[in-house]
Design a protein around this ligand. Structure first.
Ligand code: FE
Length: 357
């Protein structure tokens, strides 16, 4: 509020008292704590430490608006040039790509980010040398299964999830959730549209129940016997693996994990990333924040706090759960993010046709 009417008062008073008050006002502005406004789809409580570390390091305060990817993009569009957003954090590569195409980001020029983030994990450089978004961490979409009922070779590909032998045994969250839309968009690239629709139909036929809940609920569904096989992002599984709660330990004892498609195109990988809002009035500090997220300490936080794989070159990390579940390394799918993003409208139409809620 003060930003709106304080200058008006000053302009009236300075007419009477001259430049002494102007300089007092300028000093007040200079001393006002710097702040950035972040719109974030990262819904992980462990990130609080990241934000407070940044403020401690730089003195720059963080104001945050939390919403999901779609909500953030809708809000940016609605706010237009008046948007107070500086930094945008999303948790899906296709949404980052979509926002870039929709012109919601300000291409960033940062030598540090260019050098730290591998080329396949960021937007293509624009003609003026800027980059619309940078991946900051990755997560794999894996299959979990009931160790008592199934063996690893039963479910070592995404295609097998549609096998008739899993009728009534599959738990999976909503098909329209970005994590699934991106997985299905990638499947469409590998299998072609016709086979992908047949595959999605197979998934619907195999569902133990209507899609509901988040990824952790699907893992719990396997442990409780409600289903025999489920799909989850790796960090949800790692969170349970590292939990000291006896209930979580009991869940982990019952489920096995597969990194699918190791002998074909590799496991589907998604990106969480950051960008600068097109109408940011604070670009210098916003870039500082993204550069901080690419630093070794923030990257380690992604690995140890939220169990994601860091992406900055040369960063080492030690997360026993990530190592245990993947056996150290795994083959991940390599696809142009634009292809996965472009497939999503068709995938959504397929989901409607096959009744995947
Ligand atoms: Fe998530």
């Amino acid at each position: 509020m003060s930003q709106v009417f304080f200058p008006k008062i000053i302009s009236k008073v300075t007419a009477l008292t001259g430049c002494l008050l102007i300089s007092t006002f300028q000093m007040a502005l200079a001393q006002a704590p710097a702040a950035i406004n972040i719109y974030s789809a990262r819904h992980y409580p462990t990130d609080e430490a990241l934000y407070s570390d940044f403020t401690k390091l730089t003195g720059i305060k963080i104001n945050r608006v939390d919403a999901d990817d779609a909500g953030i993009l809708a809000r940016l569009k609605a706010e237009g040039a008046a948007s107070p957003a500086d930094v945008i954090l999303l948790v899906d590569a296709s949404r980052l790509w979509r926002a870039e195409i929709d012109g919601l980001f300000l291409p960033i020029k940062s030598k540090l980010l260019d050098e730290a983030i591998p080329e396949n994990l960021r937007a293509k450089r624009s003609d003026n040398g800027g980059t619309a978004w940078f991946g900051l961490s990755t997560r794999a979409r894996v299959i979990v299964y009931d160790k008592q009922k199934l063996k690893i070779t039963d479910v070592d590909t995404y295609e097998k999830l549609a096998d008739a032998k899993f009728k009534g045994k599959l738990c999976i969250r909503s098909g329209s959730h970005p994590y699934n839309l991106s997985l299905f968009g990638a499947m469409m690239d590998h299998l072609g549209p016709q086979q992908t629709e047949v595959w999605l139909k197979g998934l619907v036929a195999n569902m133990a129940r209507n899609p509901a809940g988040g990824d952790t609920d699907q893992i719990k569904g396997v442990a409780s016997g409600e289903c025999a096989v489920a799909v989850t992002n790796t960090y949800y599984l790692a969170r349970l693996m590292r939990s000291s709660s006896p209930a979580d330990k009991a869940i982990i004892d019952k489920v096995g994990v597969v990194f699918p498609n190791q002998s074909s195109w590799g496991t589907h990988l998604n990106i969480a990333g950051g960008a600068i809002a097109k109408n940011s009035k604070n670009t210098g500090n916003a870039i500082k924040f993204l550069e901080y997220l690419a630093s070794a300490s923030a990257q380690n936080h992604f690995a140890n706090g939220n169990n994601e794989w860091p992406v900055s070159k040369g960063v080492t990390f030690d997360n026993p759960a990530l190592k245990a579940m993947s056996g150290g390394t795994f083959k991940s799918e390599v696809l142009p993010i634009s292809a996965v993003g472009m497939n999503q409208i068709k995938v959504q139409q397929m989901l409607d046709r096959v009744g995947f809620k």
